[in-house]
Design a protein around this ligand. Structure first.
Ligand code: ATP
Ligand code: MG
Length: 418
């Protein structure tokens, strides 16, 4: 992408009405636009990051047999009355509205009541189970406080998966498989090392649920870490009994703040019973399938990564989800030929490039390269053209390398064919 054609610009000032680092950086860099607290529009570079995160999640959900669908944001009141969740006393963060004929509808904050009747209409036999179905969709929640930028949206992108199983064993197997898929997601996103599977409160059908918590001072949760075993306990269930049950030692646990980037939950028959979903098992008996639900906050992850992977100069995206791999700085109009050619060559081998072809000062271009957090920066200037060697520098390193064009292309090609 040629920066001269990009309609967004970086801002000199940190937005005054944002307290959270992730929102300050993302707005300053032109990745998102704030509509109101907890409600953000995604601009070209921000949408690229969001889509890349979503794609990694999608690949890992597909790999465990997930089938992707897209459900509606508008929710039927009766379905939620069937499970007791229409009441504002039970769910306090509904956005509700009315159809033209006066019928009340809700804006989806989750989708168990939406999906379960769909599944019921296709479920014939126990042989159809287990099933894993997911979507990546905008959720609406009337959050009381939305001061954490993308990390707590009133409108936000979530991946929600639901499993339906015949037996407890089948359910447990899927639950474990999905927990492992979550690990792979966080590893690929570059936050695997600081993200901990965390025991949290479980509800009626299981003792615990599991959250995935990314350690950060900006987190809203308090968790107790066992770094060696890569486990944590949420403060909400932190008792001597649980520490003992998990075979942990209290004095070895470290109290830290965490951001909940995922949550997996056993639901038993909480939703299949009210909708009278049943299948005939091998013995001819009728059974209500056991459900699980598995959420990942896609937009919260973008906020989290901006929060934990940044420095005083700006964002630092992991290569997998950066809006581009390379930020190509051209200094001096007369070096256009060399820079244009390198730009085209990199595009041809599938390397994404932000080409700073603007008529701007060197300092401004370098500052923008850092603020946008692009993994590699190339500089082509009078000096480098004369020497036949140009600057290649990583965002995370202070020193640049001096390399010829062919070497630069080779270094950046990675697994791509040169
Ligand atoms: P929290 O405890 O943070 O309010 P939750 O337990 O209500 O979240 P779930 O309903 O389990 O969240 O949603 C699944 C995932 O969606 C969460 O693990 C989180 O990553 C993300 N998420 C939840 N609420 C928000 C929000 N308001 N903004 C952005 N992401 C969210
Ligand atoms: Mg939670």
């Amino acid at each position: 992408m040629r920066l001269s054609t990009n309609f967004t610009k970086t801002k000199k000032q940190v937005p005054a009405d944002e307290q959270s680092k992730n929102a300050q950086l993302l707005i300053q860099a032109g990745f998102v636009h704030k509509e109101m607290a907890g409600v953000y529009s995604y601009l070209p570079l921000g949408l690229k990051v969001l889509n890349k995160i979503a794609q990694i999640v999608r690949e890992e959900m597909d790999a465990v047999g997930g089938q992707e669908i897209l459900m509606t944001a508008l929710q039927v009141k009766e379905r939620y009355e069937a499970t007791g969740r229409w009441s504002d006393k039970v769910v306090d963060n509904w956005f509700k509205t009315k159809l033209a004929n006066g019928t009340e509808v809700g804006l989806g904050f989750t989708h168990e009541e939406n999906l379960t009747p769909i599944v019921k209409s296709y479920l014939n036999s126990y042989k159809d189970l287990p099933l894993a179905i997911y979507q990546i969709q905008t959720k609406f929640r009337n959050e009381l406080r939305s001061k954490s930028g993308l990390m707590r949206g009133r409108e936000f992108l979530m991946k929600d998966m639901y499993t339906y199983a015949l037996t407890q064993e089948q359910h447990d197997e899927y639950y474990e498989k999905i927990a492992q898929a979550y690990r792979r997601v966080y590893d690929r996103l570059g936050i695997g090392e600081r993200t901990f599977k965390t025991f949290a409160s479980g509800g009626v059908f299981s003792k615990f649920s599991h959250e995935f918590q990314t350690v950060s001072d900006a987190g809203e949760d308090t968790i107790y870490l066992d770094k060696k075993r890569k486990l944590a306990i949420n403060k909400e269930v932190f008792t001597d009994e649980i520490i003992h049950d998990l075979g942990l030692t209290k004095s070895e646990l470290e109290e830290v703040k965490g951001i909940e980037v995922g949550n997996i939950f056993s639901l038993g028959t909480k939703f299949t019973k009210p909708f009278e979903v049943e299948v005939e098992d091998a013995e001819g008996g009728r059974v209500a399938p056991l459900m699980g639900c598995y959420g990942i906050g896609i937009s919260r992850l973008m906020g989290t990564i901006a929060e934990v992977m940044s420095d005083e100069k700006g964002l630092i995206w992991p290569e997998n989800i950066a809006p581009a791999k390379v930020y190509l700085v051209r200094l001096g109009e007369k070096n256009a030929k060399v820079a244009d050619e390198l730009y085209e060559n990199l595009l041809q081998i599938g390397v994404e490039v932000i080409y700073d072809d603007r008529d701007a000062r060197a300092g401004e271009k370098f500052a923008d390269a850092d603020l946008l957090g692009i993994p590699y920066r190339i500089v082509i200037s009078d000096k480098t053209v004369e020497a036949g060697k140009h600057e290649l520098k990583q965002r995370t390193e202070a020193q640049a390398q001096s390399l010829g064009l062919a070497e630069i292309v080779k270094t950046l090609a990675g697994d791509n064919k040169v």
